[in-house]
Design a protein around this ligand. Structure first.
Ligand SMILES: [Zn+2]
Length: 51
């Protein structure tokens, strides 16, 4: 399940286009766009890859 890193909400809408790849938070008091690469798990994977 997706969790918004800003508000902790679980309501997200997948959004992908040529420039953006991530999730749009649907919480009424948040509404931020969260890039996939900003998610903690993804960051950890990138670190391992760079090693
Ligand atoms: Zn949110």
């Amino acid at each position: 399940m997706w969790t918004c890193p800003y508000c902790g909400g679980n309501h997200g809408l997948p959004f992908h286009d040529d420039h953006l790849d991530g999730m749009l938070c649907l919480e009424s008091d948040c509404g931020r766009f969260v890039e996939e690469k900003m998610l903690p798990d993804e960051v950890r994977e990138w670190d391992y890859t760079d090693f």
